[in-house]
Write a new protein. Structure first.
Length: 349
């Protein structure tokens, strides 16, 4: 694939590199499944698996992992697959990260350049106020993804492998945050991640001691500069739309109750009317974005967690639980409790 082809493919915000499924055929086969059949069902060419220059949609990745877990009766399929992957699947992004001067610098490289691996995902490192810790968050950026517990666990498992590549094979974060109920026993997660697992969390990621961020790495100035120059070239060829940026900011602001158009406009140094006009040029409105983000979060949290309705209402920035109930009836035609029950009903029931 030429550089021009890569730029063109990356303009589709829903794709991911073929290395995201490295080890998939072998693991499926070992578990008694037929990888070719599973890949064909989700529209992935077997030759694209493990190939950094190939792309497929992020939804296809989600479907392939969920299908494999079901077909092989392996609830921890995502975590198992992560054990077969590492920093090498990220290509130049991984090289740029491991040649920096400190662990914090490496995490910032992932923040800035992960979209060269997949524009459908992002990571972010932020200090946790009033503590000696920071939160390293993993996010899926595509709107309304299908059920994706396996891909979350794959991503967290690979992230742990990367942390251990950078800081040593026995490294353990303070805690791992998982946005769904455990698949299997909590003890399995404790053994796997070697840290406290927290479930039904609003965000996926790891809590890290702040002191770890300053740990030095073996900097390679020449390799680092070459990789960063290449990644800058790739990243600058495609840009995030304002709609996508607003969606991500709304996700962060909803629990604070400050997800207003004026607040968001200030973050982009725009007048609220200018923000609305630019969103209209992209075929949407601020109110529509907020409603769509709330619907997506509600669907995921009702489907994948046992979060109480009062807690969910607060996470969505609603002042009263009754507003959540009315919204659910408008979105799904049923109450929150009914939607939760129906979404967890077996497909053959």
């Amino acid at each position: 694939m030429t550089r021009k082809d890569i730029y063109s493919t990356l303009e589709d915000m829903s794709v991911i590199r073929g290395t995201s499924m490295s080890g998939y055929p072998e693991l499926v086969s070992e578990l008694g499944g037929d990888p070719s059949t599973l890949l064909r069902r989700v529209g992935i060419a077997p030759g694209d698996v493990g190939n950094f220059e190939s792309f497929f949609t992020y939804v296809a990745l989600i479907d392939a992992l969920e299908a494999a877990a079901a077909a092989t009766n392996t609830p921890d399929f995502g975590r198992r697959l992560a054990q077969r992957q590492g920093i090498e699947i990220l290509g130049p992004v991984g090289v740029a990260a491991r040649t920096t001067g400190s662990f914090a610098d490496a995490l910032r490289i992932f923040e800035q350049y992960l979209s060269a691996y997949s524009p459908a995902i992002a990571v972010e490192l932020n200090p946790i106020p009033y503590t000696e810790t920071a939160f390293f968050e993993f996010r899926i950026l595509i709107p309304h993804p299908p059920p994706h517990r396996q891909v979350i666990e794959l991503s967290l498992g690979v992230a742990l492998k990367v942390l251990r590549f950078l800081l040593g094979s026995t490294y353990a974060p303070s805690s791992v945050h998982i946005p769904h109920e455990p698949i299997g026993s909590r003890e399995d997660y404790l053994r796997y991640f070697a840290c406290t697992p927290k479930f039904s969390e609003p965000r996926a990621g790891f809590t890290l001691p702040s002191s770890d961020l300053m740990r030095p790495l073996s900097r390679d100035e020449m390799a680092h500069r070459a990789m960063v120059a290449y990644l800058d070239d790739v990243i600058h060829q495609h840009g995030e739309t304002l709609t996508q940026a607003v969606r991500e900011l709304v996700r962060q602001l909803l629990p604070t109750g400050a997800a207003t158009a004026s607040t968001v406009a200030r973050q982009f140094r725009l007048h609220p009317k200018t923000l609305q006009r630019r969103l209209a040029d992209e075929g949407t409105t601020y109110a529509a974005i907020v409603d769509d983000v709330r619907r997506e979060l509600t669907e995921r949290w009702l489907r994948d967690t046992d979060m109480t309705l009062s807690h969910l209402s607060r996470e969505l920035g609603y002042s009263e639980q009754s507003v959540l109930t009315r919204s659910c009836r408008r979105w799904f035609g049923v109450s929150p409790a009914q939607f939760r029950a129906e979404s967890r009903r077996p497909a053959h029931a």
